[in-house]
Design a protein around this ligand. Structure first.
Ligand SMILES: [Ca+2]
Ligand SMILES: [Ca+2]
Ligand SMILES: [Ca+2]
Length: 330
């Protein structure tokens, strides 16, 4: 199947407007507690401990406010959005919701992705925190497939604000919530090409990406029903997952929201996206940054293993060859 790729053009100009205009909103995302909004019921997505979502954390940076994050498979690294942290941050705390209650663990090291800035529009919106002690729950494997083959189902989570698609984010955060959506493509206009998805109310009128994408790649998709969810402030840094052979793999880290304005957005909030139906979200695409993630966490990349095996084979061949040379009669 042809790789599904977001096109430039109309979507880019529409998002540019939203991005530039919503700079203030990014600041709010980074510095206040807000949350995932849901199609109909703001309480629909509250998650109880004891599932794979236990690896999703609440992040309290030095500057105050709140974001979200996701535990990596090493059990001592949490990945989040770079824009959640002051560039000089070197410590802070994350809190896990576990079956025995909240567990808070400090971090004393911060690694920013190459190219990361406090502005998500520059891409590379990632940072990895090294915990001072191992997490009490299991972490996530990275989804390493770089291409999408059409709208891809995701589950997204975060500790941000909540509300409904009609109201946008209206209630404060601090509770872990999760819902569903689909990655509709990748955004060419930002380095690292973040995944993009939209908040659908089931109508083609508000199917933002079904209307905005380049016609050649457009796949109308009007949502996942009552569990359709959208990012709100405080969800920044939280995870989106793609299911692979029964396992939820960590595919994206929440980066920003944008409004395409009326009539796709149900209200006129192009300068201040409010997480209503018709808005867009972007997740930093971890497959693009897998090498950097592996270099920070110390997990060898699959390619490194392949190189090591190739190296061993090469040494064996060289030894064999030299022995044959030595054994040649004089
Ligand atoms: Ca959608
Ligand atoms: Ca849609
Ligand atoms: Ca709106």
């Amino acid at each position: 199947m042809r790789p599904f790729k977001q096109a430039t053009g109309k979507i880019e100009s529409a998002l540019r407007v939203g991005l530039l205009a919503s700079g203030l909103t990014f600041g709010i995302v980074a510095n206040t507690a807000n949350a995932i909004t849901f199609a109909n019921d703001p309480n629909l997505g509250a998650v109880s401990p004891g599932t794979y979502l236990d690896g999703t954390v609440r992040l309290i940076p030095q500057l105050g406010g709140a974001c979200s994050g996701a535990l990596l498979s090493t059990g001592v690294h949490v990945i989040t959005a770079a824009h959640c942290l002051d560039p000089n941050t070197t410590s802070g705390q994350v809190t896990f919701s576990t079956t025995t209650g909240p567990v808070t663990i400090g971090f004393g090291q911060v690694s920013f992705a190459p190219g990361a800035t406090p502005d998500p529009e520059n891409g590379a919106d990632l940072a990895i925190l090294t915990l001072n002690s191992p997490a009490p729950v299991s972490g996530y494997q990275i989804y390493r497939n770089l291409t999408l083959s059409g709208p891809t189902p995701i589950e997204l989570a975060g500790y941000g604000a909540t509300g409904t698609g009609l109201t946008g984010a209206t209630q404060g955060g601090g509770v872990l919530r999760a819902g569903t959506n689909t990655y509709d493509g990748i955004f060419d206009g930002i380095p690292g090409n973040p995944y993009i998805f939209d908040f659908d109310d089931g109508t083609s009128e508000h199917d933002a990406l079904g209307n905005l994408l380049d016609p050649a790649n457009r796949v109308p998709h009007v949502g996942t029903g009552n569990t359709e969810a959208m990012l709100a402030t405080g969800d920044s840094g939280g995870p989106s997952f793609v299911q692979v052979a029964g396992t939820w793999e960590l595919a994206g880290i929440h980066s920003f929201i944008a409004s395409p304005g009326l009539p796709l957005d149900i209200d006129d909030t192009i300068e201040h996206p409010n997480s209503t139906f018709g808005e867009l979200s972007a997740d930093t695409r971890l497959a693009f940054y897998a090498s950097w993630i592996d270099s920070v966490t110390g997990v060898p990349e699959p390619e490194s293993w392949a190189l090591m095996v190739a190296g061993l084979v090469g040494i064996g061949a060289a030894t064999h060859r030299s022995r044959r040379v030595r054994e040649q009669p004089q």
